[in-house]
Design a protein around this ligand. Structure first.
Ligand code: NOJ
Length: 563
């Protein structure tokens, strides 16, 4: 397997709106990020993925871009961005930008032109269709509720928007659109950015004819994914993008790709013939939704460790030697990892460390989402008025106002799954507004900031934060953590997730108790060794422990080197 810097990296994701506000307007900004770069440096991460900072009317917090070559004024100016890049590079931190090119904002000049007339030169930058029987051109549902089509009166046609009405989909079939995007990528790369995270990049190719989605429920609109996810020309477009742009730079590329199989992932991330370094797959994010649910956001069920093992093991094994995994347990679209996969009550600290151990000891590149490193938790606002996310607010309206669901039941789902769980401000200290802003934050701070915050974590040598630092350090010192082959052991154990990592001359054993119980871990006999050294653990551990038979403590995590 080839050694590369992006395999050996640990990436930290910043959602700028919620990270740090420098000017008191209640909105995080670039100068706020600059003020925290030493914090990131001390954490040990060497790449930052910055969620969108481009000019945007913020219908979807920057994922609706109106100018790809300028900065959102609320976040600062291009000069601030240049300074951010310089200051990051000075600290040895690389910058990965978000590339959102499945759609633009409806306020992008291309769309403003396109909607003017059917023969406008920009018309074909987007996907327009006439009405069918006086209604939408097909039955596709938008990810943000309702139809994926919007009627546009000036020209009497509908345009496609897989996300909000203010996020019209670009028409990738048009070579001019592709050329504009490649130009824009070169523009940022020439400024020195170190890579791209590509928003829903496997949705850019739509099936010819845009056929109706199969009807699987009594709802008016249906999920049309089979006609736009991993579409017919996707690999061709990615190939062109690689040839035209990416192959000219040494960069980190990660595609956000819902509904990919490991076979797709191998095609796309193959070291020789692939197009991107790695993908974000979603299978582990869907384990706590009913299979086949119209939206995994609106469906909750308890997840099972055996399912998690099965999914992660498949991704680890299938990509081994063929592609590369990205590893994540949370991001700005997901609930907080400790609330979802751990225990955010009594065992918050232990379980957050266990999850961190898991994240850093699989084969792949780990992504840490802001606040995860201090064990930030989900939030439960009592009123829908306190939520800001367009997906959450639309879902509430649809379920409560249109379908008549009990508002409390819908709120309970939102408490578990809303994207705003991840978007409350980063908790820097125990002062007003958690030290995020001197003003009024755009979204409320999680009330637990008085006990859960960075200042507390820095002061406590036993904190989750210090544990992340040690894990990141260990990864730098031990190539086996990056490159070692993964083997699952105890595959049927419902509480303990354990695996080995192996290089020709080195071997690690990872033991993770994913429960609040005290199960017994019995090492399978085929794993021989003569001595063992503890690399890291989230409880005090006796060197004399017999690791062939251990009674584990709640959410206990241990990593050993076997000799
Ligand atoms: C995925 C992004 O992560 C999410 O935040 C956004 O709403 C959609 N893509 C649309 O851009």
């Amino acid at each position: 397997m080839k050694k590369t810097w992006w395999k050996e990296s640990v990436v930290y994701q910043i959602y700028p709106r919620s990270f740090a506000d420098s000017n008191g307007d209640g909105i995080g900004d670039l100068r706020g990020i600059i003020s925290k770069l030493d914090y990131l440096k001390d954490l040990g991460v060497n790449v930052v993925w910055l969620s969108p900072v481009y000019r945007s009317p913020n219908d979807d917090n920057g994922y609706d871009i109106s100018d790809y070559r300028d900065i959102m004024p609320e976040f600062g100016a291009l000069a601030d961005w240049e300074e951010l890049l310089t200051e990051m590079h000075r600290r040895g931190i690389k910058l990965v930008m978000d590339l959102v090119v499945n759609h633009t904002s409806d306020e992008h000049p291309w769309f403003i032109e396109a909607r003017k007339s059917r023969d406008n030169p920009y018309r074909d930058y987007y996907i327009w269709r006439p009405a069918r029987d006086g209604r939408e051109p097909n039955n596709w549902q938008s990810f943000f509720s309702g139809s994926a089509w919007q009627y546009d009166a000036p020209t009497g046609e509908y345009y496609l928007h897989l996300f909000s009405r203010k996020q019209p989909d670009l028409n990738w079939e048009n070579p001019r659109v592709r050329a504009e995007i490649y130009d824009m990528m070169h523009w940022w790369l020439k400024k020195g950015v170190d890579g791209f995270r590509m928003d829903v990049i496997n949705m850019i190719s739509k099936a010819p004819g845009l056929p109706d989605a199969p009807v699987t429920s009594g709802e008016r609109y249906q999920f049309g994914g089979r006609y736009f996810v991993n579409g017919p020309r996707l690999l061709e477009y990615l190939d062109e993008m690689k040839r035209t742009v990416l192959s000219h730079y040494d960069v980190l590329t990660v595609g956000e790709t819902p509904l990919v199989s490991t076979a797709h992932a191998i095609d796309i991330t193959n070291e020789e013939t692939g197009h991107l370094n790695m993908l974000f797959q979603f299978e582990h994010m869907d384990l706590d939704a009913e299979p086949g649910a119209a939206s995994s956001r609106a469906s909750i069920r308890p997840w099972r460790l055996l399912d998690l093992k099965q999914v992660m093991t498949r991704w680890q094994k299938d990509l081994e030697g063929h592609g590369w995994n990205s590893l994540y347990l949370s991001n700005h679209d997901q609930p907080r990892a400790v609330s979802r996969f751990g225990n955010d009550g009594r065992y918050r600290v232990e379980s957050a460390k266990l999850l961190a151990t898991f994240l850093h000891t699989l084969q792949g590149t780990p992504y840490v989402y802001q606040g995860e490193e201090i064990g930030m938790t989900n939030v439960a606002f009592e009123s829908i008025e306190d939520y800001r996310d367009i997906e959450t607010c639309n879902m509430y309206r649809e379920y409560v106002e249109e379908r008549g669901y009990d508002p409390q039941a819908v709120l309970a789902t939102i408490h578990a799954k809303s994207r705003d769980n991840a978007r409350t401000p980063v908790q820097w200290d125990a002062g007003a507004q958690a030290g995020f802003t001197s003003g009024t934050p755009w979204i409320k701070v999680n009330p637990n900031y008085r006990t859960i915050n960075v200042a507390q974590a820095l002061a406590d040598p036993d904190s989750i934060l210090h544990y992340y630092r040690r894990l990141i350090q260990l990864r730098k010192e031990n190539p086996i953590i990056v490159y070692g082959r993964y083997e699952l052991i105890l595959d049927a154990d419902e509480q303990v997730y354990a695996y080995t990592r192996t290089l020709p001359d080195d071997r690690l054993l990872v033991i993770l108790n994913f429960s609040a119980d005290t199960p017994v871990f019995a090492l399978p006999g085929h794993i021989g060794f003569s001595a063992h050294d503890l690399l890291i653990a989230n409880y005090p551990v006796e060197p004399s422990d017999d690791i062939r038979l251990l009674t584990l403590r709640p959410y206990e995590a241990r990593v050993y080197r076997l000799r």
